[in-house]
Ligand binder design. Sequence first.
Ligand SMILES: *[C@@H]1O[C@H](CO)[C@@H](O)[C@H](O)[C@H]1NC(C)=O
Ligand SMILES: *[C@@H]1O[C@H](CO)[C@@H](O)[C@H](O)[C@H]1NC(C)=O
Ligand SMILES: *[C@@H]1O[C@H](CO)[C@@H](O)[C@H](O)[C@H]1NC(C)=O
Length: 309
Amino acid sequence: MGVPSFFLSFLVLVLVLLELSVAWDTYPPPLCGPVKANDSDRIEFALNLEFLEAQLFLCAATGKGLDSINKSLAKGGPPSIGCEKANLDDLVYRITEEFAYQEVGHIRAIVDEVGGFPRPLINISRETFAEIFDRAVGYPLKPPFDPYKNSLNFLLTIYLIPYVGLVGYVGAIPNLESKSSRRLVAKLLGVESGQDAVIRALLYERGKEEVYPYKITVEQFTIAISSLFDELATCGIKDEGLRVPLELGAENRTTSNILSADVYSLSYARTETEILRTIYGTGDESKPGGFFPRGANGNIARSLLDQGY
Ligand SMILES: *[C@@H]1O[C@H](CO)[C@@H](O)[C@H](O)[C@H]1NC(C)=O
Ligand SMILES: *[C@@H]1O[C@H](CO)[C@@H](O)[C@H](O)[C@H]1NC(C)=O
Ligand SMILES: *[C@@H]1O[C@H](CO)[C@@H](O)[C@H](O)[C@H]1NC(C)=O
């Protein structure tokens, strides 16, 4: 009887090991870790976000998108959906216009360094943002949130945008091979984080204000949007609103959170897959939607998409 029971234990051991390896396989590194890619693919990936920013800021400031500045930069990509001039006061108008031209420069920088690809279809319609805000607060806002209605609404609308670029650049740099790639991305990161800080500072000033006609303050909206993005990205807290519980504040000594940062007050980093899950709004890098109804472009994003997109 000794032999069969030894054999049985062996079988059990093999089964346990098999189970473990299956479990291992269902958590491939790209869930929260970086995808395999060379420098040009990683830098090009950022072009998706720069196109989104350029379209959003240019449209909001001037009523026209990137093609009105330089038609060749889109490399034949389709015009964006929902391009609309926002109703902005002079301060926010001037800032948005400057950011818009900065994004054009960023696109040129990336195209000059690695070549680029056609601009993907981008959806910046009122409805796209209204859906994000509904999901963030957890119920349909009445009336639906209008991103272009006034300066405050627009600042809340772009609150999430340069931040996605910022954490993406922080995530990309350690995975870049060449000095010239790291130099470019560090320079993009510098300006992107500056834009984020400006937007957050303007919102912070009005943090306790209710966003008419909702009974929700500016701070509360930022907290809700940041949690939605954390949820979509699925890799823990990496996006924080303008007010945090003490345990997330700088050195656990303040609930003020004008900048989003980790336990050492260092920037959070996101991988390409995390970013795609947020900008698609689907929580799934293989299922496009949100700002990119047909998916983002470039080797990284295209290789992650389900067949048929
Ligand atoms: C980077 O990888 C892509 C495939 O994903 C390839 O087409 C491209 O030629 C590579 N670029 C360089 C500079 O090696
Ligand atoms: C558009 O951008 C491309 C790429 O940077 C550049 O070569 C071209 O001169 C620009 N065209 C105009 C009209 O600015
Ligand atoms: C743009 O987004 C809105 C909101 O999700 C959606 O209703 C609309 O169909 C989208 N447009 C396209 C062409 O995907």
